[in-house]
Design a protein around this ligand. Structure first.
Ligand code: SAM
Length: 359
């Protein structure tokens, strides 16, 4: 028997509102490329503290083409990134934007966030293909902007919290690090967290592990540049097979959920720790239920998870695909399944949860 469907009533105002919201979102999407452009050409750095500049002055100071700079400035002004003075025809970078866009020591520093977003979008056609049949796409297969953007995105948060808040929140760990501990930083990427810990604790030795040899090569360069290469080494190995069995501390920063077999990794961590050792797991901040994460941070992380984290996990054996918004309950399950007896949330920021696991 056929049924006649009732026409769905459309609220035209709501439709208009949604379309106008989409205009803003398309502008924001394109602005991701413009922020990376401003960062690469030195446009924000030249504007910072310079007072008002005309497009010609900014172009001259950065060695860029004036016509591009003028158009870029207008897009930045329309988005509220710079201010435009119609009387003088000059553009100013407000001091708050100057911090967020040029001060790499500030926890508010943003260019890395945009760079990893741009890299994710550049690679998105490959994710569309993978999504057709459930294939994975490995972290190592991504464009360089994903790897470098990740480093530049996470480092300000680690600078702000790792040594001052996160490590002190772990039971007895700082005292061991001060005396001289042996530390493995697993899934270390370019080694931002490893090098920061090494700088803070000169008596301790550190090994950064990652399965991506390109990241390990960069991490080695970073350690040389930071002058800590005598106590920090970087080695290529997956989390389920790195070497050593006497670590006081194993750390994982924003990477457990990227792994195909996080339970296998947890078991391996357990076998490489000293009996009184500690596993510190830093994960994106998320609630356990989808509805807890339907906010701007959850939106960004679910998007990164779709384009980066979920395909990364699916590309590896097991392919558990926890997702970047796994939440505490699922991380606890993984840790327990890996044979750990103790688990607690030790610290948190709006962006991260920090867990302590004990054998
Ligand atoms: C989001 S990045 C985080 C990198 C770094 N920890 C940081 O905070 O900047 C995830 C990292 O996990 C690494 N990774 C993914 N699966 C891995 C595995 N099974 N074993 C070791 N590393 C892995 C990737 O190569 C990548 O460097």
């Amino acid at each position: 028997m056929s049924t006649i469907e009732e026409p769905v009533a459309i609220d035209v105002d709501k439709l208009h509102q949604f379309v106008f919201r989409a205009v803003d979102e398309v502008g924001a999407t394109l602005n991701t490329a413009l922020v990376v452009m401003g960062d690469r050409l030195g446009l924000y750095r030249a504007l910072a503290g310079a007072g008002g500049l005309s497009p010609a002055e900014l172009a001259q100071r950065t060695g860029s083409a004036e016509r591009y700079v003028r158009e870029w400035l207008n897009a930045q002004a329309a988005g509220g990134y710079v201010e435009y003075d119609p009387d003088s025809g000059r553009y100013t970078l407000p001091p708050e934007q100057a911090i967020a866009l040029t001060d790499s020591d500030s926890p508010a520093y943003l260019p890395g966030f945009f760079q990893i977003a741009l890299g994710s979008v550049i690679d998105s056609p490959k994710i569309v293909d993978a999504a057709r049949n459930g294939d994975g796409f490995g972290w190592h297969e991504h464009t360089h902007d994903v790897h470098e953007g990740c480093e530049r995105f996470f480092r300000p948060g680690y600078n702000a919290s790792l040594v001052t808040d996160w490590l002190p929140a772990l039971d007895g760990v700082v005292a061991k690090l001060e005396r001289g501990a042996h530390v493995a930083d697993v899934g270390c990427g370019h080694g931002a967290s490893t090098i920061l810990m090494a700088q803070a604790y000169p008596q301790s030795t550190f090994v950064g592990w990652d399965y991506h040899d390109g990241s390990i090569e960069t991490a080695r360069k970073r350690a040389q540049e930071a002058g800590v290469a005598d106590r920090v080494s970087f080695q290529t190995a997956p989390a389920a097979a790195y070497s050593g069995n006497d670590y006081d501390l194993v750390t994982m920063f924003d990477c457990l959920h990227d792994m195909g077999d996080p339970v296998g990794a947890a078991r391996h961590v357990r076998s490489t720790l000293k009996p009184d050792g500690t596993w510190m797991i830093v994960e994106p901040n998320a609630g356990d239920r989808v509805e807890d994460n339907l906010n701007p941070i959850g939106r960004a992380y679910y998007a990164f998870s779709t384009l980066l984290c979920t395909p990364a996990s699916l590309s590896q054996e097991v392919g558990l695909a926890l997702g970047a918004q796994a939440g505490e309950a699922r991380i606890h399950d993984v840790v327990q399944a890996g044979g750990f007896g103790g688990f607690r949330r030790a610290a948190e920021t709006p962006f991260n949860l920090v867990f302590e696991a004990r054998p």
